[in-house]
Design a protein around this ligand. Structure first.
Ligand code: DX5
Ligand code: ZN
Length: 222
């Protein structure tokens, strides 16, 4: 697929989500951060808002579930219109069953890891997935500083994905900006979430293009 940019609406104007989505026609995805105030210490949006947004957004919806019991709730987000659903491995009760259920409902299945969660125990799960998300901040809030301690894990994950059959994408999320995207691309990421960098820019769609160019210049992928 090449380099993809998935702006996070967490840093957009929540009173004008349709207009905000339409400010970034060049984005490949719209990243929607779902937080439940249990898995993370913050509360954002749930199924009804995602459903409304999916009807009007020009981009497919990339739902990042930062919630307890994603096994129970993921199907509702697909029915609401999410094209990709990411669950946290720290919260999933039966990740293989969950990934298979997401795929059976015709969405892309993705597994997220918090900064201190290693990838190695989950190597055998990779064929069940369409994407792995390596968090580069502690999940919960936008605008945090990029944790470069996560770069080694991005590199190790890229190696594991390269020896796994199938086209599994490697997403990074947290503190991704023009200052940090080059290191993520060099380490092997190919899908980049950016919230404050995109929606804090004067012209968000221009920032999407700049991030894409920077990532393409530094990508270690062919
Ligand atoms: C954080 C969320 C991110 C957040 C990223 O828990 O998962 O998607 O919106 O925001 P920035 O790009 O500002 O770090
Ligand atoms: Zn996110």
């Amino acid at each position: 697929m090449g380099i993809q940019i998935s702006p996070s609406i967490l840093s957009a104007d929540f009173a004008n989500l349709e207009a905000e989505a339409k400010r970034i026609p060049g984005a490949d995805w719209l990243h929607v951060d779902v937080m439940d105030n249990h898995f993370v210490p913050n509360l954002t949006i749930g199924v009804p808002v995602l459903e409304a947004l999916a009807k009007v957004a020009p981009q497919p919806i990339d739902a990042h579930l930062m919630i307890e019991d994603p096994d129970r709730w993921a199907p509702a987000f697909i029915e609401a219109g999410a094209t990709s659903v990411t669950f946290h491995i720290e919260a999933a009760k039966a990740p293989v069953r969950l990934a298979r259920e997401i795929r059976a409902k015709k969405a892309r299945a993705a597994m997220a890891l918090k900064p201190a969660t290693p990838i190695e125990p989950y190597e055998d799960l990779l064929p069940e997935l369409d994407m792995v998300l390596i968090m580069t901040v502690e999940p919960g809030f936008g605008g945090q500083k990029f944790l470069d301690v996560c770069l080694a894990k991005i590199r190790r994950t890229r190696k594991l994905l390269d020896k796994t059959s199938g086209d599994i994408w490697l997403q990074v999320d947290g503190g991704v900006s023009l200052e940090t995207i080059d290191r993520c691309a060099e380490a092997g990421a190919d899908v980049f979430v950016a919230g404050s960098a995109v929606f804090g820019a004067d012209v968000p769609d221009e920032m999407v293009a700049e991030l894409r160019t920077r990532a393409q210049q530094h990508s270690c992928l062919g």
